[in-house]
Design a protein around this ligand. Structure first.
Ligand code: SF4
Length: 327
């Protein structure tokens, strides 16, 4: 195992993405933020558009914990999976209040069990914070690491429990930071889902699955259901009506209204679609250009740009603006 760990470390020093900003900082909050942003989102997107602006706006846990949720959602706009932002905010709030009660600056707990108790911090995020921020000798378990472990041991449908056990046995306890970062980089650049390059892999000498790597793990075929919705844009005097969502879905974000049956006097302008993890939304868009006296929430386009809105609502707004421009 020592030799394998050495190979992994050497590979990481030569080919790893050593310069990623969350790998060069020792600030646990910055590392935690990157872990949350990177769930379901590519490194390039986080790096190019979200990580730095978010930290500029909320440079510390305290700054985040004392900010209004609307401001946090605005900085998260477009990144999707908004529960991540809400839980991040809740956790920062809890830690800020805890720090205030103790008369110290807020900090993340060192202990994995304590980390898991905080909103939105699952087992993998807790392990990542422990390994990367606090250099604890624990493994992480994101998608790239799972795939590598399955191939190393020819596992088609392992349970999470079995994978964690293997990961704990396999982790380099002397260099958990480099080891875990290397595993993610190997998974994203070499041991890729479709075209693994085993001849370049530092794990090749011990890999049991390298003859037919793509057989491991078994791929689950997912059927994504489709939901069709009618969306009504209430417009008046170059303003549009939006409401802030209070339900579970996209909670806290502003959006256009869904209705069962389009109003007779409305005009159909087209449809937009968006695929989430569990379903695809197809929205048929109608415009009702009369003042609706029951509404007091009309915004100009400039004002809407300052609100936190979802990707779908952004697409709807774009469709509307394109439509009125062609008239
Ligand atoms: S040898 Fe091939 S299958 Fe095995 S871990 Fe490396 S890239 Fe993946």
């Amino acid at each position: 195992m020592k030799k394998t760990h050495q190979n992994i470390r050497t590979w990481y020093k030569l080919y790893g993405r050593l310069d990623l900003p969350w790998r060069t900082t020792t600030d646990p909050y910055h590392i935690y933020l990157s872990e949350v942003m990177l769930q379901q989102t590519q490194v390039s997107t986080v790096l190019e558009r979200y990580y730095f602006p978010f930290l500029k706006k909320f440079p510390t846990l305290k700054a985040l914990g004392t900010a209004p949720l609307d401001d946090v959602l605005k900085m998260w706009e477009g990144l999707g999976y908004y529960n991540r932002a809400k839980n991040l905010h809740k956790t920062a709030k809890i830690l800020t209040q805890r720090g205030q009660a103790q008369g110290v600056p807020p900090t993340l707990p060192l202990n994995i069990d304590e980390l898991i108790k905080l909103p939105g911090i699952g087992k993998n995020t807790a392990h990542a914070v422990a390994a990367f921020a606090f250099k604890q000798p624990v493994p992480i378990m994101e998608a790239n690491v799972k795939r590598i472990l399955c191939r190393l041991y020819k596992l088609k449908t392992p349970t999470d429990k079995a994978l964690w056990e293997i990961a704990y046995n396999f982790v380099d306890k002397e260099n958990p930071f480099d080891y875990n970062q290397a595993m993610m980089d190997i998974g994203s650049s070499i041991c890729t889902p479709k075209n693994p390059q085993c001849t370049l892999c530092p794990l090749s000498s011990i890999c049991q699955g390298k003859e037919e790597p793509t057989r491991y793990p078994n791929k689950k075929k997912r059927v994504v259901p489709t939901r069709e919705q009618n969306i009504m844009l209430y417009t008046y005097n170059d303003k549009l009506s939006l409401t802030q969502r209070t339900g579970k879905f996209l909670h806290g974000l502003w959006g256009f209204e869904e209705i069962d049956v389009p109003l007779c006097a409305s005009e159909y302008i087209g449809e937009v679609s968006h695929t989430y993890t569990h379903f695809k939304r197809i929205c048929k868009i109608y415009v009702y250009d009369e003042l609706d006296a029951t509404r007091n929430n009309y915004f100009t386009v400039q004002e809407i740009r300052k609100l936190a809105i979802s990707k779908v609502d952004d697409k709807i707004l774009k469709l509307y603006l394109d439509t009125i421009q062609t008239y």
